[in-house]
Design a protein around this ligand. Structure first.
Ligand SMILES: Nc1ncnc2c1ncn2[C@@H]1O[C@H](COP(=O)(O)OP(=O)(O)OP(=O)(O)O)[C@@H](O)[C@H]1O
Ligand SMILES: [Mg+2]
Length: 400
């Protein structure tokens, strides 16, 4: 697929901008702070409902404006459709598809698929588990849009459940007798939504694994093997820690890799774990088990990437994760409907050494559409010769 037209209203630094885009490579070039990232960020947001730079939507709305509007025409298999998203800071977004309002903004999920590479990706390897969970969930929603609803249901259920656990803790400390029936209801809800999310993530990790190994070999010098495992909190909840006494990771990989691909099995195990942990959960006032506590573990050979991998290796792994996502989205298997995503590279080439830069460029050059931002044109590798848009003072001008 590719984006043929992009229009922004009050998005970031842009009061108004209209851009026509072609398939193939387009480079957005201009000095720092002129609005290059803002342009491509809008497309990333339209695809995933989240920005690679901020967690709160408020920053996306132009200072002084009430709401931002992103409109994009997306061409897929020769058919064009119009996606529109209105971002209102602190309120629910509104979406339209081919001019018809959608009941919920998330119903737009999956209509535009992007894979975005950015300097921030390094934190996929070096940062907290939350970023890796978000990586999986965003990819899941692109592959299987109905999971957007499961994901937001789960988040809502956990917030409610945490509130209940907290008030149960307060009651217990004040000596009031606890009525735990309401909590049972929320355990069930958390287990149902949580199990769907865990099973989907485990299946995704299994599908991504060979792509990651392959992509890592291609962008690195290929001395070690990149491996990924989903470590579920439900596996640890019943007493096994998954860690050896010395604090070093145990054998990489989950305790029972196949079991967790079945949502029914996961649901039963989540319920069992919640029953086991109830006293502790009430004491601490938080939900201690479920997909919000799980980890995507990355290894180079037998060593965890986090804390062990060099800076260059970490970069290769981060690129590997994005390239693997790209391969999986366009892969023609029967697990999900395939469609080549739009590739977005925000300021990535300036961060890479020549070798990685050239390998990456070769790998992405054949993609249907590649959008690149760079401060200077020389940062864009030669094999990615294509259209150029100059960006200056939040005005974008097509040069060629
Ligand atoms: N909500 C907003 N309202 C108004 N201006 C904003 C808003 N958010 C960001 N900006 C402005 O947009 C500009 C940054 O744009 P952007 O990040 O796209 O720059 P860039 O061209 O990618 O720069 P660099 O080369 O440094 O990455 C900044 O000057 C910033 O102040
Ligand atoms: Mg930028």
């Amino acid at each position: 697929m590719y984006v043929s037209d992009l229009a922004l209203t009050d998005f970031r630094s842009y009061p108004e901008v209209l851009l026509a885009l072609d398939p193939g490579v387009t480079a957005f070039v201009g000095p720092n702070g002129q609005g290059k990232t803002n342009l491509v960020e809008s497309l990333g947001y339209l695809a995933t409902f989240s920005s690679h730079r901020v967690s709160a939507d408020a920053a996306l709305v132009r200072a002084g404006a009430q709401r931002a509007i992103i409109q994009a025409k997306v061409v897929r298999d020769g058919r064009s459709s119009l996606l529109e998203l209105e971002v209102v800071a602190g309120k629910a977004n509104r979406a339209r598809f081919n001019r018809s309002p959608l009941p919920r903004a998330r119903d737009l999920a999956g209509r535009l698929r992007t894979v975005l590479f950015a300097p921030e990706d390094l934190s996929l390897v070096k940062g907290d588990p939350e970023g890796r969970r978000r990586f999986l969930d965003e990819l899941l929603v692109l592959l299987s849009p109905k999971l957007a609803a499961v994901r937001s249901d789960y988040e809502r259920v956990i917030r409610q459940r945490n509130a209940l656990l907290k008030s149960a803790g307060t009651q217990r400390r004040s000596g009031t007798k606890l009525d735990l029936r309401t909590l049972d209801v929320w355990d069930d809800k958390a287990a149902v939504a949580g199990a769907q999310l865990v099973a989907a993530r485990v299946q995704l990790v299994n599908a991504l694994r060979p792509h990651l190994a392959h992509a890592y070999t291609q962008v690195s010098s290929g001395q070690s093997e990149a491996r990924m495992f989903y470590r579920a909190s439900v596996d640890r909840a019943m007493g096994s820690t998954g860690r050896s006494a010395a604090g070093r990771p145990a054998e990489p990989g989950p305790e029972d890799p196949e079991a967790l691909t079945d949502a029914g099995v996961v649901e039963a195990r989540l319920l069992e774990a919640m029953a086991h942990l109830r006293g502790k959960e009430i004491e601490r006032g938080v939900s201690m088990v479920g997909p919000h506590r799980d980890e995507l573990e990355l290894y180079l050979d037998d060593l965890p990437a986090k804390g062990y991998a060099s800076h260059g290796e970490s970069w290769s792994l981060a690129l590997g994760l994005r390239l693997a996502s790209y391969e999986l989205l366009k892969a023609d298997d029967d697990w999900h409907e395939s469609s080549e995503p739009v590739l977005i590279l925000d300021d990535v080439f300036a961060e890479l050494d020549t070798r990685r830069r050239d390998r990456l460029a070769e790998l992405i050059a054949p993609a249907e559409q590649v959008l690149i931002t760079a401060a200077v044109a020389e940062d864009v590798p030669e094999v990615l010769e294509g259209a150029r848009v100059d960006v200056m003072g939040s005005v974008a001008t097509c040069v060629r």
